[in-house]
Design a protein around this ligand. Structure first.
Ligand code: SF4
Length: 437
């Protein structure tokens, strides 16, 4: 077998870049994936599925699917977007930055609302960072330096399985030579998760009281008085955690959905950032969101430099407006303001509230995804594309905002397009249609 080294895993925001993939002698088939976690390896192996869709499918009146060409699919998609008054172009997290760039050009041409998966994920983080800034660090710095590691409202043991072994807890770095023994691990979570079970300290707070506990930690850091119990945690434990964090050489707070989507939302992140800022009076401290999809961070970056805003974009007036809570996908769907839905590289059918999914099912819709998903099932057109990071390379941003070039490992099935190539077809067709109008 042939071994391809330094392969980047295109699954989660950890973007592990040390994978090795064994190929058949002719280089066409993936035989084995080494170093990846189970979910990462499965992604590579799924690309080899014998029942994989390799051509676009259009839903017929009777609900059956009919194969069409990529040109026909691009024509349908372009017409749908040009005819719509207010189309939503959603997703953009499981694809490369260059595809995201072409998507943004289409959105600008047709005057779309554009949103990415941050809208149901770390959108509140992006808002908080705009409000108060963020003291950050790269995962490399953390691996080499962090001796106090907090996981707040996240469960990397399941969601980012190699995060702890590669970057945050176990690696033996330059200043962390004893690996996990060099570090104090604190988990804050109302649930006794598999991550919590590994912690030196588990603060099992009352659900939805993150803001109070973060605020109490700020008080404790400053040595001020606390009530006996905050968020279900005794003041003794809060003072102890504050001391542990202050006494380290480098503290890092990783946080996830438990903070961004519990009561308080962006205000929780504001105060978590404030805790980090306060800690910098005593030691070095950073805070990093546990971003989910492998390039959700990149979609915020690309739109940030193209439009000035990272998600919830409304381009319907020909310039970018940004108003999360108003121009966010679910608000637009529930208020029934959209007349077409385009989804790429994500699965709102599985993750949006059922009211929103029902709306997608009623509207003209296109889903671009290598897999059959709940979203493709409710869409009128499904366009399968090559897997980014497996069958085509492309840039992706890791959760700490470091851009990493993913690798092409094998050829896609004969005649299949990448999502960037398909988007380029759509963009050309949109321009033709608009030129003719
Ligand atoms: Fe892939 Fe994430 Fe697993 Fe790393 S931790 S191998 S990036 S799924």
């Amino acid at each position: 077998a042939k071994i391809v080294t330094d392969v980047v895993c295109p699954f989660c925001g950890t973007l592990c870049d040390d994978l090795e993939v064994a190929l058949s002698d002719d280089g066409k088939e993936i035989l084995e994936v080494y170093n990846a976690c189970a979910i990462g390896a499965t992604k590579f192996l799924h690309s080899q599925a014998s029942d994989r869709l390799t051509r676009p499918q259009k839903k017929q009146e009777d609900g059956s699917w009919k194969e069409v060409t990529y040109d026909e699919a691009a024509d349908y998609t372009a017409k749908m977007l040009v005819d719509a008054k207010k189309p939503l172009m959603y997703g953009w997290s499981s694809t490369s930055c260059s595809a995201q760039g072409v998507g943004a050009e289409i959105g600008e041409e047709v005057g779309a609302c554009m949103d990415n998966t941050a809208t149901v994920c770390h959108g509140s983080t992006l808002i908080a960072v705009q409000d108060v800034g963020v003291p950050s660090a790269t995962l490399g710095e953390i691996a080499n330096r962090a001796d106090r590691v907090v996981f707040w409202g996240c469960n990397p043991a399941h969601a980012h399985p190699r995060h702890m072994s590669r970057y945050s807890i176990f690696p033996r770095g330059f200043f962390t030579g004893k690996g996990s023994k060099s570090r104090q691990m604190i988990v804050v979570d109302p649930r006794n998760t598999d991550t919590a079970k590994m912690a030196d300290v588990h603060l099992q707070l009352e659900q939805g009281h993150d803001y109070e506990l973060l605020s109490a930690i700020r008080v404790a850091i400053r040595g001020e008085k606390l009530p006996d119990v905050v968020a279900g945690i005794s003041k003794e434990q809060i003072y102890e955690v504050a001391d542990t964090l202050k006494s380290g050489r480098f503290a890092v707070i990783f946080f996830g959905m438990g903070v961004t989507h519990s009561l308080g939302k962006n205000h929780n992140i504001d105060i978590a950032i404030s805790v980090t800022r306060d800690l910098n009076d005593y030691t070095k401290a950073a805070i990093v969101p546990m971003r989910g999809h492998y390039n959700v961070t990149g979609s915020g970056q690309v739109w940030g430099w193209q439009f000035g805003f990272p998600f919830c974009l409304d381009l319907t007036r020909g310039f970018a407006r940004y108003n999360p809570g108003d121009s966010s996908s679910n608000d637009l769907l529930v208020r029934d303001e959209l007349d077409a839905v385009f989804v790429l590289g994500s699965d709102p059918g599985a993750h949006f509230p059922v009211r929103s999914v029902k709306k997608i099912a009623q509207l003209p819709s296109v889903c671009i995804d290598p897999h059959i998903t709940p979203t493709s099932a409710v869409s009128k057109m499904h366009v399968p594309v090559a897997f980014v990071g497996v069958e085509v390379g492309g840039c992706a941003y890791r959760m700490d905002n470091v851009p990493i070039e993913t690798k092409k490992v094998v050829e896609p099935p004969e005649g299949m397009l990448t999502d960037e190539e398909f988007l380029q077809l759509v963009l050309n067709r949109v321009r033709e249609l608009k030129g003719a109008a």
